[in-house]
Design a protein around this ligand. Structure first.
Ligand SMILES: Nc1nc2c(ncn2[C@@H]2O[C@H](COP(=O)(O)OP(=O)(O)OP(=O)(O)O)[C@@H](O)[C@H]2O)c(=O)[nH]1
Ligand SMILES: [Mg+2]
Length: 526
């Protein structure tokens, strides 16, 4: 979606302001929607309690900011946005926001609710000068399906409120074993987030992946197999775009690796094979006294806390196979953790669609305001919302991808797969959409896009194509036209698919199409 759609949405918010001149609450909602439109994408991290959400968030930031493990603050929805200087603001349900001191202990940010309990707090806003936050707002949410129904409900209300659009644009959902409550939650998120344009904007993470193979060195391979199985699970496939195994603790530890830790791993790698194997046989053994190793017990326990037994085994093995310094080791550990796969997925699937997803959330919010506080003269704003929803091609692509996952497309299987790919289901770049290698040159892309255009145009006009399939063809054709104009291979005089196919008779029989053409031809002068 091009930024003009963001501008269109901003204009609608401006028009809505005129309806609510003497309504400060509604004006507040509009201010918030306007802010959302110009901010980065809001990506929430959710999942069951202790799934490793906060650890993963830290890994993504490359800093230990989000509190992990126990503590009242892990029960509060916490926003992490880019800011030039660190700040922490607590928003209670009642009363004005409070600035909290920015305090770090052993590198970790301390979020202290003071005299308040998590029940009293609506959210905490953390401003942080982290490069990663320039393009995304990360939202850490309390564990769902926890023993505490209240905490669980807090996440549900935030991410999947009834009768209201979600506050998040997209979600990274952590699961450890596929549980019915995971599916229920993702379903609720999809349905609320979907609004008028049912979209799938969730990616699942098989978290704490190192524990799946009990911390053995091949744990991530086992986790990969489990993830593939979940991905094919009928229930999950319609709710999440992919299932990616990630060892968050390993990634967090690697991205914040200290020189002293590298030195400790080097000592372990230098041990005699027999001693090394004896020590690394289990987490329990690794943390117990051992006179044959220089590294003290406490230091070893600290390593376990930071990296897990899998991380310790992996780091030792990576040094033995060539990691030369701390940054080299860190990079290799991150690569093994699955974090890069997740980051790539987010940048391919959510990054380029950020504006589409934001506009969708903003339109849903505006729609809700108009419904809850009806005002005379609101029709043009409502009509504007519908117009953007119907015409914003990015939104229609997302709906198509979602429809394919939820209900299937009314096309033969091969064409359905191709339609999803062209709509950006496997990545938003021209080559990915056309099923070409990333390295394909402009000429190859240009040739392929024109042949695809011919094929899909023919399909859309075939008398054998049912009406529902023609709708899909229209979206695919429009996506192809956008690629064609990007690579300069567009036939500039070509009528856009939307206009060409919007006349009813084209959907009818073959004769209808010919008849139309005849009428058109006879109408031409001369
Ligand atoms: N082995 C292993 N442990 C992990 C991993 N990720 C997190 N943990 C541990 O799991 C515990 C919980 O991690 P958190 O990141 O606080 O989990 P959370 O989902 O944010 O927890 P809540 O917010 O309380 O629901 C901590 O002790 C982490 O060290 C991982 O990838 N591997
Ligand atoms: Mg947490």
């Amino acid at each position: 979606m091009r930024t003009d759609v963001v501008e269109d949405a901003a204009r609608l918010i401006g028009a809505a302001r005129g309806l609510y001149v003497r309504d400060p609450e509604a004006t507040g909602v509009l201010d918030e929607l306007e802010r959302r439109l110009h901010e980065p994408l809001r990506l929430a991290i959710a999942g069951i309690v202790k799934a490793g959400k906060s650890t993963l968030l830290n890994a993504m930031l490359g800093e230990q900011i989000a509190p992990t493990d126990a503590g009242e603050c892990t029960r509060v929805v916490t926003w992490y946005r880019y800011a030039d200087t660190p700040s922490v603001t607590l928003h209670p349900h009642d009363g004005p926001p409070r600035r909290l001191p920015v305090r770090r202990e052993e590198g970790k940010l301390v979020l202290d609710l003071g005299d308040l309990s998590s029940d009293d707090v609506d959210r905490i806003d953390v401003g942080w000068p982290s490069r990663a936050l320039r393009s995304v707002i990360l939202i850490d949410t309390p564990g769902i399906a926890s023993l505490s129904r209240d905490v669980s409900a807090r996440s549900a209300v935030f991410l999947a409120p009834e009768d209201a659009p979600s506050s998040a644009d997209a979600i990274v959902y952590l699961l450890r074993h596929l549980h019915p409550s995971d599916l229920r939650f993702l379903e609720a998120f999809r349905d609320t987030a979907a609004g008028a344009s049912r979209t799938v904007n969730a990616v699942a993470v098989l978290s704490r992946a190192d524990e799946i193979g009990s911390g053995r060195i091949d744990s991530l391979l086992s986790a990969g197999k489990v993830a593939r199985r979940y991905e094919l699970d009928g229930g999950l496939a319609s709710l999440a775009l992919a299932v990616i195994p990630v060892a968050g603790l390993l990634a967090e530890g690697a991205r914040t690796l200290r020189e002293s830790e590298f030195a400790a791993f080097r000592d372990l790698a230098a041990l005699e094979r027999r001693d090394r194997e004896r020590l690394l046989v289990s987490a329990d053994r690794f943390g117990r006294p051992a006179d044959f190793v220089k590294l003290g017990e406490q230091k070893r326990r600290d390593l376990l806390g930071r990296f897990g037994i899998y991380g310790v085994r992996l780091a030792t093995s990576l040094i033995r196979t060539g990691a030369t310094d701390s940054s080299d080791l860190a990079e290799r550990m991150v690569q093994h953790s699955g974090l890069n796969d997740l980051s790539n997925f987010i940048s391919v699937h959510f990054g380029p669609r950020a504006e589409t997803l934001k506009v969708r959330g903003v339109l849903d919010g505006l729609d809700r305001l108009l419904r809850e506080r009806p005002r005379d003269g609101s029709e043009p704003v409502s009509a504007g919302i519908e117009r953007i929803r119907a015409n914003a091609h990015g939104l229609r692509e997302l709906s198509l991808i979602s429809q394919a996952r939820v209900a299937g497309l009314p096309l033969p299987a091969e064409d359905a797969t191709a339609a999803v790919r062209i709509a950006g289901g496997d990545g938003i770049g021209a080559a990915a959409r056309l099923g070409l290698p990333e390295s394909a040159d402009a000429g190859t892309v240009g040739t392929r896009v024109m042949s695809e255009l011919d094929r899909w145009r023919a399909a859309s006009q075939s008398p054998l194509t049912v009406r529902a399939a023609v709708e899909v063809c229209r979206i695919v054709i429009r996506s192809l036209e956008e690629i064609a104009s990007e690579v300069g291979g567009a036939r500039a005089d070509e009528t856009p698919a939307d206009i060409m196919l919007s006349g009813g008779p084209v959907y009818g029989s073959g004769e209808g199409t010919d008849q139309e053409r005849e009428q058109h031809e006879t109408a031409l002068p001369g």
